[in-house]
Design a protein around this ligand. Sequence first.
Ligand code: GMT
Length: 375
Amino acid sequence: MKIGITCYPTYGGSGVVGTELGMELADRGHEVHFIVSSLPFRLRLPNERIFLHEVEAMSYPLFEYPPYDLALATKMGEVALAVGLDLLHVHYAIPHSVSAFLARSLLAPQKLPFVTTLHGTDITLVGTNRSYWGITRFAIEQSDGVTAISKYLHDKTKEEFEIERNIEVIYNFVNCDKYCRKLNPDYRRRFATDEEKILVHLSNFRPVKRVTDVVEIFTRVRKKIPCKLLLIGDGPDHAAVEMLAHRKGVHPHTCFLGKQEDVEETLGIADVLLLPSEMESFGLAALEAMACETPPVASHVGGLPELITHGVDGFLAGVGDLETMADYVIQLLEDPALHAQLAQAGRQTAEKRFCSTLIIPQYEKLYRRVLEQAG
Ligand code: GMT
């Protein structure tokens, strides 16, 4: 198939999923056209089956905001005509599915069906805002196929937008060959001595991730166990997190690694992942860590309980329950047998339920059905 993919190229879970999906589809022989505002940060090029089409939203003094959604719709239509796209697959409803709807209308009567994948904040935060509620609902209704990355998000979307149509749950995935535990003592020693443990956090440092809670938990753990904290990613809360680390006296033991492409290297040397988010429709960072045999300690919220089974392959606690989260981390770090048990179970969860070899065929099946229905 010739598939057009649109996602946010910036640091965020939906962009990661869209990009990794494109690369997996290309590996399986499909031709993939990324129609995006810039190079997605995890996209590895060159690849003979992957093409990049950059969208330029022209600015003009009259525009307070350059109309990216219209430029995107125009580009989608152009690419579809030029290369003969079979379908579009957009990640994050706003505004991508609206642009795809416009592109499909532009090309009619030629067919250009589109699939929308809902990721989380496009529904739980942005979509439910009054400014976007109506258009989000419309775009979901108009899509030729809609998927949600967890049952939680499926139910939430149906409820919030009073939607009757079918929404398929296709879980997020991880490439189990790439994401696995790799002993890399030299890399590990860059951050910690052999006696120290490593805690890791990976996110876009938005308020919803509660990265300051990560520092609070780390401070509590460090009082009992020698350890280091590695923070992967960057975003609006960076300064607040750094300031808190100074105030708590843990800054010298904290390493801000910034935005990284190959996160598996760092996840693979860590002992525990902290994900104390306010909301997480899935929690891709936790899945990537589990594949690397790094047990997660996370919030009991959103879609996280669909991924993490409490006490089996990770630990879950209430949002903001710092004491309990710190206790779980300490339990894991003090008990090597418990740690090994959860680490192995996490790897099994990744392999048996969320491996890309299981999930990508579900997208291919959906594409075929959408194409058939579009005639
Ligand atoms: O908040 C983020 O991490 C970004 C956001 C996005 O759409 O870019 O992430 C959402 O999509 C990820 C990939 O499907 C999920 O793993 C995250 O749980 C989800 N974030 C939230 O629901 C807050």
